[in-house]
Design a protein around this ligand. Structure first.
Ligand code: PRP
Ligand code: MN
Ligand code: MG
Length: 179
């Protein structure tokens, strides 16, 4: 598995330090607001788990599963809800937790869905951002790291469902997905 990685971009330690910084900011922002923190499955599951431990105010969590990529390295542009939230969002402060923003299509769709359900506020925290790949205008409220336009895996991000369990984020060797 590790031999499929061309280069490590951010180590486990760098990622954890960044998450502590994000947690501090979010702890201030959400004091007294009892936010509903939404994990966008599957990719955000590891980031979600590490992040909520660093947000030191009362909050609730829920999960939503959407997918636009399938086994491809390119977004299909069609976002599917595979699992919806368990709780209503009306009147709630929502924090959407994403692993990465690429084209922006997944989040544009999700934000639209949550706005229609009358959330009180909607913010986005993304651990990784690839602004070079954007096809719609969308910026996260909180960002961990900007990434180059390379196909990256690890720390929740997959290629064909693999590599999510790498504790760091790295560039996948092109021969792995071109073969
Ligand atoms: C990936 C990633 C984001 C989304 C970003 O999810 O986890 O959710 O793509 O891409 P976008 O900005 O172009 O929409 P994917 O659809 O691969 O599902 P997964 O999280 O289950 O891997
Ligand atoms: Mn995802
Ligand atoms: Mg994926």
């Amino acid at each position: 598995m590790y031999s499929d990685i061309q280069e490590v971009l951010f180590s486990e330690e760098q990622i954890q330090n960044k998450i502590k910084e994000l947690g501090d900011q979010l702890s201030t922002e959400y004091e007294g607001k009892n936010p509903l923190v939404i994990c966008v499955l599957k990719g955000a599951f590891i980031f979600m788990a590490d992040l909520v431990k660093q947000i030191k105010v009362p909050l609730e969590i829920d999960f939503m599963a959407v997918s636009s990529y399938g086994a491809s390295t390119k977004s299909s542009g069609v976002v599917k809800i595979i699992k919806d939230l368990d709780v209503p969002v009306e009147g709630r402060h929502i924090l959407i937790v994403e692993d990465i923003i690429d084209s922006g299509l997944t989040l544009t769709y999700l934000i639209d869905v949550l706005e229609r359900r009358n959330a009180k506020s909607i913010s986005v925290v993304a651990l990784f951002n690839k602004p070079a790949r954007r096809t719609v205008e969308l910026e996260p409220d909180y960002t961990g790291y900007e990434l180059p336009d390379e196909f990256v895996v690890g720390y929740g991000l997959d290629y064909a469902e693999k590599y999510r369990n790498l504790p760091f984020i790295g560039i996948l060797k092109p021969e792995v997905y071109s073969s």
